[in-house]
Design a protein around this ligand. Structure first.
Ligand code: SF4
Length: 405
């Protein structure tokens, strides 16, 4: 059974397929606009002035054969793809690519499913993209997961061997994710611990943003190239910045307003979640600007839960959810830059005099704010209450809420 091949087969362009299916041009342009938002920089496909131009480029591409393997996963990465709407991405994706094998979506089972896999591998050898969802267990000769009697690692090696490129979708496929959390009973690893000699792209996240996958796959379909990757093999267009840079709670972080407990006054007012264990300052992902499922604020911090760092190999499923982490480079400056450039030139004595006055004012302001913030247990006042003095400048594992008096 082939999930995506219909009349016209794989040789037809995406444009022919979509308009033949009945997708309106407007919906197609809306989809391409979302692709542009997901990949504003770093992707040749979306490096256009207008969404209509991106649509033109996508329409010219041939539908790429894709084989999708599931290993130790919860199917959340597939779910996030199917739950996106306007246009219905679950439908759309079957027309954008030729999804030849996907255990969750295909109607076939057993021998018929295995035959579909073999047939696609044979017909598209060296041309298909392999998407892997889930970690691969290696302990005890891979006995913890077999598909059709074949251990997962063996199956991956075989299918990847004939692929043009391999995508590790989700944190489990990228580096082991939840199945690899201590004590890692099955010896779970990601794709690049097994596959060698093939281009590999990691799209971590629990789940990842579906537009990152589509941007990568469509770029490959149109130009035959993969996006620029960082050291973790993540597409730079989606993982170049950290959550903290664009977090809507960032102003509270800079002002020292932190929720200290779930449900406290700060939490209810939408203050920063750093002291509840938020890993946003060390987590590279676009969640703070690209929310999920077309729903505003549908992402962890948007609903009041700290970021767990699911796109970072060393954070999620390695560091406890609510543990406060040190911040390396996201501290607000002690003194902000002036908002107006000084005009004309200054003599040295004049500059010294102004500097002295400014120093006195800054010092007086600081002392005043310390007095102001020492009102006991007034959570509405930044810096007050039992954790007075805690903040980004004294961040560190030892500064967690549990260590405060
Ligand atoms: S610490 Fe977390 S909640 Fe606070 S501003 Fe940074 S990313 Fe947002």
């Amino acid at each position: 059974m082939s999930c995506g091949v219909g009349p016209g087969g794989k040789s037809e362009t995406i444009g022919q397929r979509l308009y033949g299916w009945g997708l309106s041009r407007r919906d197609f342009v809306v989809f391409c606009a979302k692709l542009m938002v997901a990949a504003p920089f770093g992707l040749a496909l979306t490096n256009q002035a207008r969404a209509a131009e991106v649509a033109r480029e996508v329409a010219k591409a041939r539908r790429l054969p894709v084989i999708w393997l599931h290993f130790q996963d919860c199917t959340g990465c597939t779910e996030t793809l199917l739950r996106t709407s306007e246009p219905d991405l679950g439908q759309l994706i079957l027309h954008l690519i030729s999804l030849d094998y996907h255990e969750t979506l295909m109607a076939a089972a057993g021998k018929a499913a295995e035959a579909a896999l073999r047939s696609s591998m044979r017909e598209n050898s060296g041309k298909y993209v392999l998407v892997v969802e889930g970690a691969i267990p290696r302990k005890d000769k891979g006995v913890y997961m077999k598909i059709g009697g074949t251990p997962a690692a063996e199956m991956l090696e075989e299918v990847a061997g004939r692929a043009a490129a391999v995508i590790g979708l989700g944190s489990c496929a990228a580096w082991g994710g939840i199945p690899s959390a201590d004590p890692d009973p099955t010896g779970a690893v990601g794709v690049d611990a097994i596959v060698t000699g093939k281009p590999i792209v990691n799209i971590p996240g629990c789940p990842p943003n579906p537009y990152t996958l589509l941007g990568t796959v469509l770029q490959y379909a149109r130009y035959g190239t993969l996006p620029d990757l960082d050291v973790e093999k993540r597409p730079k267009f989606a993982y170049d910045r950290d959550i903290h840079e664009h977090c809507p709670r960032r102003a509270h972080f800079d002002a020292g307003r932190f929720a200290r407990q779930f449900g406290d006054a700060g939490h209810r007012q939408g203050w920063c979640l750093y002291h509840l264990g938020c890993k946003g300052p060390e987590t590279h992902a676009g969640c703070s600007t690209r929310h999920f499922n077309e729903v505003v604020d549908a992402w962890p911090i948007g609903i009041g839960a700290p970021c767990i760092g699911c796109t970072e190999k060393t954070l999620a499923f390695r560091v406890p959810l609510f543990q406060v982490i040190p911040i390396h480079d996201a501290r607000p400056p002690d003194v902000y830059a002036p908002i107006e450039s000084p005009q004309g030139s200054w003599s040295v004595p004049a500059a010294a005099l102004v500097g002295g006055v400014a120093g006195v004012l800054v010092g007086a302001g600081y002392v005043a704010s310390r007095k102001f913030s020492s009102v006991p247990d007034d959570e509405s006042v930044p810096g007050s209450g039992p954790a007075d003095g805690a903040g980004p400048s004294d961040a560190g594992p030892e500064t967690g809420p549990e260590s405060r008096p």
